[in-house]
Design a protein. Structure first.
Length: 652
């Protein structure tokens, strides 16, 4: 469910929806999904004959432009095949006239039968060529489709990974990424839809050329026959799409309920809370609403199709009357009349293909618009910093730094002064929301300050090559990645050091991850992903040891640890912190923790409150004088044991 956002709808009741009133009679909020882009009423406005005619050429052009970027030879071959196929179709129709003429003549004089052979051979050759070309066209389309999808995905990923981290904090950026991803999914269909559209157009043109040559007076009647059916087809597509849009929220609800009913994370609570009957009832109710809407749409489309067919049938009767009139008055011969019949049938098929494939391409084009918009947006926030390459930092400092997240009402950090030197451990503490994690992002160059300067050895991070800066940074974030790779790869992250596995084992020993690796069936070669066949699942604490090991293995000059032991047991936590002083010998270490006992090892403690630095000092100083640090320390120590436990602990 990556392409929608769940919201609580407190507005007016929607048609066919529950008011959300509970048993108490009070009005409640109803879960709905907010979604814009791709599927929208705006797109439904594109399903008109005029919009099809104006936008389809641009969509076909975009499709072939992407194809040209990935395989020019295949595009040239595809266009040549389409051209030859269209010419073969026209040639076959012209050959039909001669073949029919010869066959009609042979009916009166069998001696003329031989004169039909050349035309029949041309007709057969044209049909054979078109059949072979059809196979070639399909093969070329199948060759291009996955390449186009991969190219679209690569452009999206390249744009996203080279954007500033601040881009992810812009409201809607991640939603727009999800919509762009939908564009990538459907991009593989574009070349097939485009070539089918071109093929249908070629069929229509070939038939029109033949009719113009044999009986030009029938062209207006051909249009009169085709237009009602085309309009009915467009109207039917619009009805179908609007019903799809009308059921969007309920279909998303079905997906959400299905996920919650079956996912392992909720499986235990589904049972212990006896929740399944309640959720299944919601599932059935949403499904019933979808069915009602689809039934109405089916009847509406049937009526439109019937009217279009009736109007088309009336026009067809006029057209056939025209053919009979031309034949009866001698304006065309029987052979030409037969050819016109085949041409009219081909023209009808071509027009139906244009409408059908055009509608599909219009929908695909809407999703590709989302893709294109995201790529342009991400490119506009591309990393654009300096080119200076930093060495191992000896001094990292913030000078009167302020930071405000995009479109936030107020700053998260206010005039923060902070420094850490090589060989030093600085602990950062504070209550939730005090700005600690934001400070870590600025120190490691993930974000740039909106005010003030973050400097590495006196050089602003704005002037440093960001990739070179990050090579000198090791970060253990609160939400660490759990890569579906081997234990070895999860530690060296594709950047092995000259010592190879010995370096990996040393880093694992420093974090306690060596105990984890020792229990794995294949040691460092073990795949850490149960979702993959044969993979192994680790606990959160085991994963956290791996995360600390990868930061140690990186051997960077700045080590930033944001709650690095939150999931660890006391023994594992003790092991990491007793080894932290050794790591700090040639590193600048910044430690964020809520467990204030761990700050004892720090050379200096920085206390933050509401985005400001309010205290600095040693553990002894800050826990013995009034201030926020002492308040938090006393609260953390305020634990009273049940009666009798104190004495047992003292040995009384």
């Amino acid at each position: 469910m990556a392409d929608e956002t769940a919201v609580a709808d407190t507005g007016a009741e929607q048609p066919g929806e529950s008011s959300g009133t509970g048993e108490s009679g009070e009005s409640g909020e109803e879960l709905r999904f907010a979604y814009s882009g791709g599927d929208s009423e705006e797109w439904a406005g594109d399903l008109t004959g005029r919009r099809l005619g104006s936008r389809l050429p641009r969509l076909v052009g975009r499709s072939f432009a992407l194809a040209w970027a990935v395989d020019r030879g295949a595009v040239v071959a595809l266009l040549v095949c389409q051209l030859v196929s269209g010419l073969s179709g026209a040639l076959g129709l012209f050959a039909t006239t001669r073949a029919l003429g010869a066959l009609i003549g042979a009916a009166q004089n069998p001696g003329h039968l031989g004169s039909a052979v050349p035309s029949v051979l041309v007709l057969a050759a044209a049909a054979g060529v078109r059949a072979v070309l059809g196979v070639a066209i399909q093969g070329l389309s199948n060759r291009l489709a996955p390449r186009i999808s991969r190219e679209a995905e690569f452009r999206m990923l390249e744009a996203a990974t080279n954007a500033e981290m601040a881009a992810y904090d812009h409201p809607g950026f991640n939603d727009r990424y999800d919509k762009a991803d939908r564009g990538v999914e459907v991009s593989r269909d574009m070349i097939g839809q485009s070539q089918n559209l071109v093929s249908s157009l070629a069929t229509l043109v070939a038939a029109a050329v033949v009719i113009t040559a044999l009986a030009p007076v029938l062209l207006p009647l051909l249009l009169l026959t085709a237009v009602p059916q085309a309009l009915a087809s467009v109207k039917g597509e619009r009805i179908t799409y609007l019903s799809f849009l009308a059921t969007f929220h309920d279909r998303r609800m079905l997906n959400m309920l299905r996920w919650n009913l079956t996912h392992k994370d909720q499986a235990d609570q589904i049972r212990t809370d006896t929740l399944a009957p309640y959720l299944l009832a919601k599932y059935r109710a949403s499904g019933t609403k979808v069915d009602r809407t689809n039934d109405r749409a089916a009847w509406q489309r049937a009526r439109v199709t019937l009217l279009g067919s009736a109007a088309g049938g009336l026009a067809a009767a006029l057209m056939w009357g025209g053919v009979m009139f031309l034949l009866g008055t001698g304006r065309i011969g029987a052979a030409s009349a037969g050819t016109v019949v085949f041409a009219l049938r081909s023209a009808a098929q071509g027009l139906q293909g244009i409408v059908g494939y055009g509608s599909d391409l219009m929908r695909t084009g809407r999703y590709m618009d989302d893709w294109e918009s995201f790529v342009e947006e991400a490119a506009g926030q591309r990393l654009d910093r300096g080119a200076l390459v930093p060495g191992r930092p000896r001094h990292v400092a913030l000078h009167r730094v302020g930071y405000r997240y995009p479109e936030a009402d107020e700053d998260t950090l206010h005039e923060v002064d902070f420094e850490v030197r090589q060989g030093e451990i600085v602990a950062v503490v504070g209550e939730n929301g005090s700005g600690k994690t934001t400070l870590m992002k600025l120190l490691s160059g993930l974000n740039l300050p909106t005010e003030g300067v973050v400097a590495w050895d006196g050089v602003s991070t704005r002037d440093l090559d960001p990739h070179a800066l990050w090579r000198q940074t090791a970060v253990v974030p609160q939400e660490f990645a759990r890569w579906p790779m081997s234990a070895r790869e999860n530690i060296h992250l594709g950047q092995p050091r000259p010592g190879g596995d010995e370096e990996v084992r040393r880093a694992a020993a420093a974090s306690g991850a060596d105990d984890v690796v020792a229990r794995l069936r294949s040691g460092l070669d073990t795949l850490l992903a149960r979702e993959w066949w044969g993979g192994v699942a680790l606990s959160s604490g085991q994963w956290q040891r791996i995360a600390v090991a990868r930061a140690t293995h990186r051997d960077a000059g700045l080590l930033v640890m944001d709650e690095p032991t939150s999931d660890l047991d006391p023994r594992a936590e003790h092991r990491i912190f007793t080894g932290l002083r050794r790591l700090a010998e040639d590193r600048a270490v910044v430690l964020v923790t809520h467990n204030l006992s761990n700050t004892v090892i720090a050379d200096r403690i920085v206390v933050m409150d509401r985005g400001r630095v309010v205290q600095q000092g040693s553990f002894q100083e800050l826990t013995t004088r009034p201030g926020l640090m002492r308040d938090l320390w006393l609260l953390q120590q305020d634990r009273s044991a049940p009666p009798g436990v104190d004495g047992a602990l003292r040995g009384d």
